[in-house]
Design a binder for this molecule. Sequence first.
Ligand SMILES: [Zn+2]
Length: 315
Amino acid sequence: MDNEHSAFLNAYTVKSLRAQAAGNGLKNSYLLITPDASAAKSIFMLFAMMLHCKRGAGNVCFECAECKKILSGNHADTRVCGGKLSVADVGGIIDDLYIKPLDGDYKMYYIPGIDGALAPAQNKLLKSLEEPPDYAIFFLSAANEDAVLKTVASRCEKHYEPSFEHQSARAILEAEFQDDDFVANAVLCADGFIDNARSMITDAEFRRLFFECADMMNNLKNSGGVVGYIFKPLFEKERIKTTLNILETIISATVRGIETRDDGLIFVRDTPAGVLNKYIFLIVAARKQAAYNVNPAAIAENLLMNMLEVRYLCR
Ligand SMILES: [Zn+2]
């Protein structure tokens, strides 16, 4: 049975949690570091199912009564917290924590985005992490490890989830956005990070600029062509920062495509990786200028002329 979580069964973290669920050193607290919020949630859901599935610990069938309860959010001892964790939310968790599990051997709490919770809320949670009842399992996730209090992080077993294989990411997003032919591009550009890819797919402006940037990179051949681009909407004041991000995305993806010989990743044709890497430095410099409010047409002209120069020197 396929669902939004099944594609994550092969996730790196899931594999190591499976061994623990099957009886190999289960902990009371985990901290998952990943920029991908959907991935973190799915990994937690799979972990909860691995601990409760009727087919035995370590399995996930999606079909037994326990798996179904977890999937539908009706499992009494599996709690998914939402939004930014507040001191009051932690109070609610503590009140609930000492009520013994009703539906199995564990009480699980998923706390997404702990890096977004303010210090008082994290501190209040710390006491429960330090002295949890045996049956409690806290599963925290964060995009930014540095924003998690050291005292909190040190109580947890840390896992780092890298981005997903493109094929898995595509399967998930194709199910979500049927018949949308931009899914493949977005997955490649986001290098398998689902949330990033999803925001590219749903952002019409991004899509339009994406194709304009790719066209420009493929069609700009000499300095005479530069003037045709610098006054285009691409480089207008309110858009230039987005355009620079997209250019970097397209160029980085192309570099990865050249390295891995993945033709699908090549958005900038006929340009060697060494030249593309230099383009990235130029884009970083342009982004700095944009942050200092330098005239956008001047930034664009400077960037495009320098790109042509780099290509000329490396020919
Ligand atoms: Zn099951």
